[in-house]
Design a protein around this ligand. Structure first.
Ligand code: AMP
Length: 194
């Protein structure tokens, strides 16, 4: 059994097709079945609530990290293994980063993109070397890849930016990837340099 922790970024909405919520449930249950700890944004809404609910339902360890001002709006998830309340969005993202051995990104909106772009830029600046895996549910991740390709084509990012993350086709492939991952002891960033 693995004891790594995975931070999941995903939508606080349910998305326009059932496949999004299904993948969120599959991911949560799959992490729990493998003894992989889940770190997420703490809300009981959208895909994020579905990942957490499925992980808890399957006996997993789930840590929610939520800023105080969002506790009501995102309907704080009840019965978490651990709840961390932060004073700001920035502190939340820092703590979600610090707790992660790896990041998994499911489809989401602006908040999800913000969280993804932040950990990508920190990796680009060599502040960490943690895996960042996007799950390509109904082409969401492929479109993020296309955006980055366009930015590279415009000359605003190096082609190597594509190597900062992986796009995997489905939840099962991501779970297999995580099972094989053993974080190195030096992978944790010098967080004070972020
Ligand atoms: P969304 O992808 O917009 O549904 O948001 C997903 C998660 O990102 C939620 O937990 C939000 O609290 C968070 N979020 C939303 N907006 C922002 C933002 N501007 N910066 C950082 N996180 C955000």
């Amino acid at each position: 059994m693995s004891h790594i922790s995975v931070t999941v970024f995903c939508g606080s909405s349910v998305g326009a097709a059932p496949a999004y919520m299904q993948s969120a449930r599959d991911l949560g249950a799959g992490l729990a079945a493998r003894g992989i700890k889940l770190v997420f944004g703490g809300g009981n809404v959208g895909l994020m609530g579905a990942v957490a609910g499925a992980a808890l339902g399957a006996g997993g360890h789930v840590t929610g990290i939520i800023p105080d001002f969002l506790r009501a709006r995102e309907v704080e998830f009840p019965g978490l293994s651990e709840l961390i309340v932060t004073d700001s969005m920035h502190t939340r993202k820092r703590r979600m980063f610090a707790r992660a051995d790896a990041f998994v990104v499911l489809p989401g909106g602006l908040g999800t993109l913000d969280e993804l772009m932040e950990i990508l830029t920190w990796k680009q600046l060599e502040r960490h070397d943690k895996p960042i895996v996007l799950i390509d549910i109904l082409g969401w991740a492929a479109r993020v890849g296309e955006l980055l390709d366009a930015i590279i084509a415009c000359g605003f990012a190096k082609a190597s930016a594509r190597d900062l993350f992986e796009i995997l086709p489905d939840v099962a492939t991501v779970l297999t990837r995580l099972e094989a991952y053993a974080p190195s002891s030096v992978a944790a960033a010098a967080i004070d340099t972020l």
